[in-house]
Design a protein around this ligand. Sequence first.
Ligand code: SF4
Length: 391
Amino acid sequence: MPGPNHAHLAVLKLSDPAVAAARRTLLEGGRLTQEEGVRLFDSPVLELGRLADACARDRHGDRVYFTVNRQLNPTNVCVLSCRFCDYAKKPGAPDAYTMTKEQILAHVDPEIHEIHIVGGLHDKWRFDDYLDVIRWVKERKPGLQVKAYTAVEVDFFCRLTKKPAEWVLEELRKAGLDALPGGGAEVFSERVRRELFHQKIGGHRWLEIHEIAHRMGIPSNATLLYGHIETRAERVQHMILLRELEDRAPGFLAFIPLAFQPGATGIVRRQASAIEDLKTIALSRLVFDNVPHVKSYWVMLGQDTASVALNFGASDLDGTIGQEKIAHAALARSPVGMAEEAMVQAIREAGKIPVQRDALYHVVRTYDAGGAADGGATAATAGAAPGAGAR
Ligand code: SF4
């Protein structure tokens, strides 16, 4: 399904034949195939970026969204051992931690609109302990939107309780869950799963849990972990499987390409190049004609590339985050948090209009193009992503 209009796409002039062909396909309401997506990776990055930027502008104008949020990682104790993960620790390890209620509640800052909760699969925690984390933050700040627990954690809860995903998701919702984060998808390739995370759920189960959530009216995000041993074909296949899920059961708010942080994993020597990052963001915008936002996740891209990506199809810079632990355990070079002013500045430097949102893309505040906030704290759905307010 095409975006809201094609005004920018219609007037765009491109010189690269493959990118120009992709523009014609999109303008005619067609979709990129996996083969076309893979071929486009070999196109000049600036041409790809111009096409993706036109698609983003046709959806969102010059608006780029961000949220004032905190990331809460209640424990790094995990019963699994994914090869690419520098975050998880075995029970009893000297650097293993499990937060107390007070430590958890210390993350509920008065100014945040969203809390993003993910962590390890703890060997001693019961499902109720995970529910308590949501209940506590909701009690402390009832209006706070809770985006919590990846499909990997939801599947773990199903095994802990011996209940189906529908039941687990309903209990999470009753505790105060508003949306599921997109993590744990990695890349939907059995080859990669066998090599890097054979104990963890595969693509089939991840997609199944998100489809159930969407059918229950719980929105979610979707991620792709790239820049390790996956091929470009596997990257595009992953996007197409997500696009098909969104066709069957709409509910994705954003697609988030995550640049793999090599850290001390030894899987690859260095992070993907900025060119590869920008091509992956641009390709995502071109493939996902049915997902409102592509996110430039500054924690993994670094602030500079994340800001440039706002002209390569990304329309969201994620959030201020507070103290991110997972990517930084893998030695991410970005700061552990970004202030609201720094987010606004990064968006303005990209020539875009900053819009502060909540977890469900309701507008909290729009900032004018070059100066102070316009004072319009609307907390309304006006300007929200198409369909997002209803999810
Ligand atoms: S990626 Fe998630 S499931 Fe895998 S070891 Fe790390 S915390 Fe555990």
